[in-house]
Ligand binder design. Structure first.
Ligand SMILES: Cc1cc2nc3c(=O)[nH]c(=O)nc-3n(C[C@H](O)[C@H](O)[C@H](O)COP(=O)(O)OP(=O)(O)OC[C@H]3O[C@@H](n4cnc5c(N)ncnc54)[C@H](O)[C@@H]3O)c2cc1C
Length: 322
């Protein structure tokens, strides 16, 4: 059975080219077609050289919502069997929106992929904190969509596909405003640059509501900090996934990490334990986070944050008056 395998390339870099190179190895006797979806700015030449037969070039400077609309429309027209994305912050948002739009499955953060003879994609990813590797398949819905961790498949500069030839470049016009608003509420990160921030104010389940998280955002905006979150607070809908710190979120090393209402589970600690100074605010004096904190405050988080906001706002006003 001839399969159509697609890859979305956000930018030409070793991770993207490595993944493309890996996809070639899924082409048994070249029976599968590999096509790439690239942004307007990407150079198509290295993509063709690494085995893509066709290139769909997305026109316009679309945001993630528009790009996912363009990709979903392409899928409806050309019915690919598989689309692979690199698990970058932007591409995984796009992959999730495409999967939701096409009502198909998505395996996030895979560490390996293989293609069975019947064109079923075997998507391998760590589970239960990395203690096992699960093989996931999406038997009935198409396309099968997976994101693959950057850095897993690398190719040298010279790893070109044998018999590579320049194929067709198909320009894809910008799509209109598809109604992804609902999903965007969850996924659209409008990210604070968490990875680069010197100070991170992070909210856990103990924050208790989205309003609580807005209060943290207000303090962060006033102090030039970024906002982080635990997985439980993301799952509860208080924070966007882009804020998540930890094993399945971002690993960060800020100068100061302040954990409000976060218990200190191992999967969270992995993401922030290398911060230079850790401050924890928690009502439970036995919360594990206190074992890792340089400064621990046993208290409800809210009055502390409200007081900080008042103090910082007063200071700012005093500075602007003088
Ligand atoms: C495979 C796997 C991957 C995971 N990846 C991640 C990850 O990337 N990141 C992550 O964070 N977690 C991850 N988890 C989940 C993790 O195990 C914990 O469940 C999660 O970190 C708990 O989040 P939390 O501390 O916000 O919530 P809880 O454990 O529920 O803790 C809430 C805390 O808030 C305190 N609190 C309550 N009210 C207040 C108040 N008013 N003021 C102050 N404190 C208050 C409580 O005392 C408690 O300590 C993962 C789990 C698994 C199995």
């Amino acid at each position: 059975m001839r399969g159509k395998i697609w890859i979305y390339i956000e930018q030409i870099d070793p991770d993207a080219l490595g993944l493309l190179y890996k996809l070639q190895s899924l082409r048994e006797d070249k029976k599968n077609d590999i096509s790439a979806i690239i942004s307007t700015d990407c150079d198509p030449a290295p993509v063709f050289l690494r085995g893509a037969r066709n290139i769909y070039r997305l026109l316009g400077k679309g945001d993630e919502r528009k790009i996912s609309g363009q990709i979903a429309a392409l899928c409806r027209e050309h019915t690919p069997d598989v689309i692979i994305f690199l698990a970058t912050i932007s591409s995984r948002n796009i992959a999730a929106m495409v999967a939701a739009e096409l009502k198909t499955g998505l395996s996030a953060d895979c560490t390996n992929i293989a293609l069975r003879n019947d064109n079923i994609l075997v998507q391998t990813r760590p589970a239960f904190g990395g203690s096992i590797f699960a093989d996931i398949i999406c038997e009935h819905r198409r396309p099968q969509i997976a994101t693959v961790r950057p850095g897993i498949f690398l190719s040298g500069n010279n790893s070109f596909s044998e018999g590579a030839e320049m194929g067709e470049i198909i320009n894809v016009p910008e799509s209109g405003d598809e109604a992804f608003t609902c999903l965007l509420k969850v996924l659209n990160t409008g990210l604070q640059p968490l990875s680069a921030a010197k100070i991170v104010l992070s909210g856990g389940k103990g924050i208790g509501s989205t309003e609580g998280m807005r209060l943290l955002e207000k303090l962060a905006a006033l102090t030039g900090a970024a906002v982080g979150a635990s997985r439980s607070s993301v799952s509860a809908g208080y924070a966007q996934y882009g804020y998540q710190v930890g094993l399945t979120g971002q690993i960060i090393r800020p100068d100061v990490y302040v954990a409000f209402g976060i218990s200190g589970a191992a999967q969270h600690l992995i993401g922030m334990e290398d911060a230079k100074t850790i401050i924890a605010v928690n009502t439970d004096r036995k919360a594990p986070i206190f074992e890792y904190a340089d400064i621990g405050i046993v208290s409800d988080w809210k009055p502390i944050v409200q007081k900080l906001i008042t103090v910082v706002e007063k200071k700012k006003m005093a500075v602007s008056v003088h």
